[in-house]
Design a protein around this ligand. Structure first.
Ligand SMILES: [Zn+2]
Length: 204
């Protein structure tokens, strides 16, 4: 079944995939990092976003994002039909950055389905797509932090008095490191959280 028919012009995700193929078609597939950096920039991803900010961002790319209760071992899913695209992320909060991590994971799967439809798959199996989607989500998160850091550093540089300025720099560095750490370890922390929950179910 072909999910994508006409309507390239109405589908930003499809346009993004076309652009990636035109840039990297000769050396296909692009590395996960190249894809993540391109996507984070294209989406305008920030390191810290509320749920409503994520929804606005998705809407700007014609993707409907909602947060709904899902079975406890499912964090999100995505679907594409003609040029309608939707991502659902679990309403349950697990750890910091879990929402954006899941969102990016689902985006990566959506991109892959589009690449497949265009005849340019980047992975060979569903199992490896899961691994790629996890790596992609972490890498996008890191690119978002590096995108935001210059702005934060500039804000710190504009603090007039010396000690408050140093203090602001220190805060920016701690915040940056916390974000990088958060992005990199979100999958493991989520896993631990779910495992702890499973064990609680077993015990009681
Ligand atoms: Zn997945």
């Amino acid at each position: 079944m072909r999910l994508l028919t006409d309507g390239t012009e109405k589908d930003p995700i499809l346009r993004f995939c076309h652009t990636v193929i035109s840039q990297h078609g000769k050396t296909w597939p692009p590395t996960e990092d190249t894809l993540a950096e391109g996507f984070a920039n294209w989406l305008g991803l920030s390191s810290f976003m509320s749920r409503s900010a994520m929804q606005r961002l998705c809407r700007s790319k014609d993707v409907k994002l909602s947060f709904n209760p899902l079975p406890h071992d499912i964090r999100g899913f995505n679907c594409s039909f003609h040029n309608k695209r939707e991502i659902i992320v679990t309403a349950r909060e697990t750890v910091a950055f879990a929402d954006s991590h899941t969102l990016l994971h689902e985006f990566r799967e959506m991109l892959e389905h589009t690449f497949v439809d265009l005849g340019y798959p980047t992975v060979t199996s569903t199992a490896s797509l899961e691994t790629h989607a996890e790596a992609f989500a972490v890498l996008c998160g890191m690119h978002a932090v590096t995108r935001d850091l210059p702005l934060f550093l500039e804000m710190a540089a504009n603090v007039e008095r010396k000690w408050p300025r140093y203090f602001t720099y220190a805060l920016v560095i701690v915040f940056g490191l916390a974000c990088l750490f958060g992005c990199a370890f979100t999958p493991q922390m989520e896993e631990m959280f779910l495992e702890a929950k499973r064990q609680r179910y077993v015990r009681t």
